[in-house]
Design a protein around this ligand. Structure first.
Ligand code: SOE
Length: 403
């Protein structure tokens, strides 16, 4: 870590603590949604996690539009800004490279950052295809740096409680996984053809953008997927161009997909995502049905977990689902936040995931099983490729994770 040390005064002490907290130089690629969310996370960790594993030092932020990236640097407190990503990943002060760029800019910058010995957080999906993800995995393995993919929904406290219930056998053998991720943001035909709607920059549409999250949670909670059968639709086939809304361009990615999946464990289920579900804002709905119990979670009410357990000697408890508010001090990450019932929000998922990565870097811990490594990102891309292949062939596709 960088030479500068920061004394840390804990509650009630008047002099800096004997041990000091190292700084960690951060380089951020992207200043839009993920640039904002991750910059917020880095800043909050420095004072909300007491003590933090390291104090993030916002070295540089990078983006193509100089005016906007300079404004972002000032707004978030980065010392420098770049308009070329190569300068960012070669900056000696950058120890942790955070790639929040569009999907077509995941592979090259991450590979060069790994070659330069940077630890890496890359937004999901890891790449546009498994083929593109492969060299990313090889580069971080060769560089022996810490690497994580921004599957932030693993870091919802309720999601980690769900995983513990499954791992502890409370749910028992899993029969069904039902994963839906529904939004409505592009139902207006006049919404412009932004990068998430263009195959060259995104790879796929709802499949890779929203489906990636659900596939990763299926891996995280249930395990390997052995087959996929899927279909998609593009409901609006052309849209105004962002750079000139008087002109229109073809939408060459999916607006939604529906799929049926089989797990190696014998569980079966479905995964569906859409950007055309009116009334659904960020509606990620995960349901798991097992031998001894069931779990139901919805991201729009992310502090709550609905649990149904069987084998109760209190017959009434078997009647339906019981709603748990996951905000107790003993729940994951809650020692850093508020008294129970004082709920947290979406931004905390990115704060928790970045804390997890920084802790793994400073204290030489494994990213897995809680966090997703580039290997997990690759495995997600393999399933997404199977979805695309099933759509294109009309067949059920067997999943092969081999790297
Ligand atoms: C799509 O609108 C999106 O921003 C995804 O790209 C994110 O991964 C998801 O967390 C929220 O919705």
């Amino acid at each position: 870590m960088s030479g500068e040390k920061v004394g840390f005064v804990t509650m009630g002490e008047v002099k800096p603590k004997a041990e000091e907290i190292p700084e960690m130089g951060v380089g951020m690629l992207g200043y839009a949604f993920m640039g904002k969310a991750h910059s917020n996370a880095f800043k909050k960790i420095s004072y909300m996690f007491c003590p933090p594993p390291a104090i993030p030092k916002l070295v540089a932020i990078c983006g193509r539009n100089e005016l906007k990236v300079a404004e972002a640097a000032k707004r978030y407190g980065y010392s420098k800004y770049y308009t070329e990503w190569r300068k960012l990943v070669n900056d000696p002060e950058v120890e942790l490279f955070d790639n929040g760029a569009p999907n077509n800019l995941h592979a090259e910058p991450c590979i060069e950052a790994a070659e330069n010995g940077k630890h890496i957080l890359c937004e999901k999906p890891l790449a546009r295809t498994a083929e593109e993800a492969k060299p990313m995995v090889e580069s971080v393995r060769k560089a022996r740096v810490k690497h994580m993919v921004g599957f932030n929904y693993r870091f919802v406290p309720a999601m980690q409680v769900a995983k513990k219930l499954i791992d502890d056998g409370v749910i028992g053998r899993i029969y069904h996984f039902h994963g839906r991720y529904l939004q409505e943001w592009i139902m207006d035909p006049n919404f412009p053809r932004v990068w998430r709607l263009v195959k060259d920059s995104a790879g796929t549409g709802a499949i890779g953008d929203l489906g990636a999250h659900v596939v990763d949670l299926a891996h995280f909670l249930v395990g390997d997927i052995i087959s996929v059968s899927a279909l998609t639709s593009t409901f609006i086939k052309e849209r105004p161009l962002p750079e000139d809304e008087s002109k229109k361009g073809k939408v060459d990615v999916d607006d939604a997909f529906e799929s049926i999946i089989e797990f190696d464990s014998g569980a079966i289920g479905h995964i569906s995502t859409s950007r055309f579900c009116g009334g659904r804002k960020n509606y990620q709905d995960i349901e798991i049905y097992g031998e001894h119990g069931s779990i139901s979670f919805n991201l729009e009410r992310l502090n709550e977990l609905k649990v149904h357990t069987r084998n109760h000697d209190i017959k009434d408890l078997e009647s339906s689902f019981h709603e748990t508010l996951v905000t107790e001090a003993y729940h994951p990450y809650w020692e850093n936040w508020w008294p129970h019932g004082h709920i947290i929000g979406w931004e905390h998922t990115t704060i928790h995931e970045i804390y997890h990565l920084m802790d793994a870097i400073i204290n030489e811990k494994d990213i897995q099983p809680v966090g997703a490594t580039f290997e997990d990102g690759y495995r997600c891309n393999v399933v997404l490729d199977a979805v695309v292949k099933s759509v294109n062939t009309g067949k059920k596709i067997q999943v092969n994770y081999s790297l």
